[in-house]
Design a protein around this ligand. Structure first.
Ligand code: AMP
Ligand code: MN
Ligand code: MN
Ligand code: MN
Length: 274
């Protein structure tokens, strides 16, 4: 089974259209593909049309920003009914928070001498949702930084000019949005949160207690050690395992759709439970 269950289109901070993503997953011989844009399911209708054309199984997905102990984390929802009101109201709430944050980011950048940040970031996003990534891309384009890593560090986090704290909903509530829509809730990219392993394990324990379903064991950037640890934790905490590249289609990135290591234990694979 070849699956890639974490991908972004230009409906959030990816570069490609939903159809282009499905085509790429077809070229990579994926059996299962999921579009998981940040806080929106808007691209799924187009992705489904393309998947039907090519005979690929599309799993409805979304990546939702949430809080665990006041830390922003990402929860991937898979197999969701996109017509569910509880889910859609939740996503709309998050998009409103994003809109307010974008204005605050622009204000912070303006204070540090960077003018018209909102308009310029909007030009890059092409009118879809504004994410921090769009501001980051704009700052690179304008020559303030050379790559994503440095622009996030110097401008988009903490007390930096474009660093804005957002009060996302606690993950219990986000799990409820996903469950109400019949989906499975998984902690995305557990190693990307600047947490010690002890803290990640505490988060996974709490996630299971809050009736969360799983975690991403394999990402495009996962090391062998991370995959082995993630797999062990999925067994220890009785959580399902998922795999997804977190493909955004940005230039100068090696990440490709469907190019992932195998899950070590497929009996826990999330696709058997969707
Ligand atoms: P947002 O959801 O608007 O807070 O933006 C978060 C997105 O920014 C993530 O999904 C990544 O795509 C991207 N991102 C966050 N931190 C970094 C980083 N250090 N380097 C590159 N991209 C990042
Ligand atoms: Mn992203
Ligand atoms: Mn994420
Ligand atoms: Mn993602």
């Amino acid at each position: 089974m070849k699956a890639d269950l974490h991908n972004h289109s230009y409906y959030s901070d990816g570069v490609l259209s939903p159809s282009e993503l499905v085509e790429l997953s077809n070229k990579a011989s994926c059996d299962l593909f999921s579009l998981t844009d940040h806080d929106t399911t808007e691209g799924i209708i187009e992705a489904q049309l393309e998947a039907d054309k090519l005979g690929i199984t599309l799993i409805n997905g979304v990546e939702i920003s949430a809080f665990w102990h006041n830390m922003a984390i990402h929860i991937v929802g898979l197999g969701v009914d996109i017509d569910n009101d509880i889910l859609q109201n939740g996503l709309e709430h998050n998009r409103k928070l994003r809109k307010v944050r974008a204005e605050k980011i622009a204000l912070g950048l303006w204070r540090s001498g960077i003018k018209d940040a909102l308009e310029k970031a909007q030009e890059i996003s092409g009118g879809s949702m504004l994410t921090r990534t769009h501001f980051a891309q704009m700052l690179i384009k304008e020559g303030y930084c050379k790559d994503m890593k440095s622009v996030f560090r110097r401008y988009m986090t903490g007390k930096k000019p474009g660093g804005v704290r957002v009060e996302w909903k606690a993950f219990d509530e986000v799990i409820n949005w996903i469950h109400s829509a019949g989906g499975k809730a998984l902690i995305a990219h557990p190693f990307r949160y600047r947490m010690t392993h002890t803290k990640i394990k505490k988060m996974l324990y709490d996630f299971k207690e809050a009736s969360g379903d799983g975690l991403e064991v394999v990402n495009a950037n996962s090391s062998e050690e991370e995959i082995s640890l993630g797999n062990q934790w999925s067994e220890n905490y009785n959580l399902l395992a998922s795999c997804g590249s977190d493909f955004h289609g940005w230039p100068n990135q090696r990440i490709q759709i469907g190019n992932l290591s195998d899950l070590p234990n497929t009996s826990r694979a999330v696709w058997s439970y969707l």
